[in-house]
Design a protein around this ligand. Structure first.
Ligand SMILES: [Zn+2]
Length: 188
C-alpha cells in the first residue's frame, strides 16, 4: 500500500484511479467492523464487455498485520492489500466509544458516491461514509442522530463552496436525501 501514498502529479490516470479504488477499499474495511466480511457500497470498477460490473466490494479485515481481503459480489475480481495499517486511508477508531443507536437510512447509490467524494469530512464522518453498506440496488447509511446532523453540515458547507455545477447538483441531491431522513426522525 505504501507506494500509493507517494503518487506524484504525473502518475498516469489508470494508476491513479486504481490507487483511489484500493484506498477506498482500505477506508471501507477499516471503517467497518473487523472479523466479518461485509458488502460495502463501493462499486466494482471492472467493465466486462464495456458494461459496468454491477457488483460491490465485499471487504474483510481481521487484525492489524494481516492483509485486508476484498472481492466483487458479482464478478471474480478480488485481491488483498497489505501494509494498510496507519496509512492515510486507515479509518480505525483510536479509542473505544459507546455504541449509540443508529438510524438505518436507505440512500441511492449516487448519494453514497457523492458522500464519499466529500473533501472536507472529519475522520468520524469519513468513517460513517465508508461504512455505508450495499443494499439491493441501494445503500444503507447507519448514522446516529448526531452523525446525521454533522454529515448534513458537511454537505451544506461543501455544496455552498462548489463551483462545478454537476458536482453541486450531486451534493444538493445528497442534502435532500439526508434532510428527509432527519425530518422523518424528527417526526415531521
Ligand atoms: Zn465486479
Amino acid at each position: 500500500m505504501n507506494h500509493f501514498l507517494d503518487l506524484s502529479e504525473d502518475t498516469p490516470g489508470p494508476a491513479r484511479r486504481l490507487a483511489g479504488h484500493l484506498g477506498n477499499i482500505v477506508r471501507a474495511a477499516t471503517a467497518g467492523d473487523a472479523g466479518t466480511a461485509w458488502e460495502s457500497a463501493l462499486p466494482c470498477r471492472r467493465r466486462p464487455a464495456n458494461h459496468r460490473c454491477s457488483g460491490r466490494m465485499i471487504v474483510l479485515r481481521t487484525e492489524a498485520g494481516s492483509p485486508i481481503r476484498w472481492q466483487c459480489s458479482v464478478c471474480d475480481d478480488e485481491g488483498v492489500i497489505s501494509n494498510w495499517e496507519d496509512s492515510a486511508f486507515d479509518l480505525r477508531r483510536r479509542q473505544l466509544t459507546l455504541a449509540e443507536a443508529a438510524n438505518q437510512i436507505v440512500i441511492p447509490d449516487e448519494v453514497a458516491a457523492a458522500l464519499r467524494g466529500l473533501q472536507l469530512l472529519d475522520t468520524d464522518c469519513k468513517r460513517l461514509v465508508f461504512r455505508i453498506r450495499a443494499y439491493n440496488d441501494h445503500a444503507i447509511l447507519a448514522a446516529t442522530d448526531d452523525d446525521l446532523d454533522e454529515l448534513i453540515g458537511f454537505v451544506t458547507a461543501e455544496a455552498n463552496n462548489e463551483s462545478n455545477r454537476r458536482r453541486q447538483q450531486r451534493l444538493d441531491a445528497a442534502f435532500d436525501v439526508l434532510k428527509a431522513a432527519a425530518q422523518t426522525r424528527d417526526g415531521w
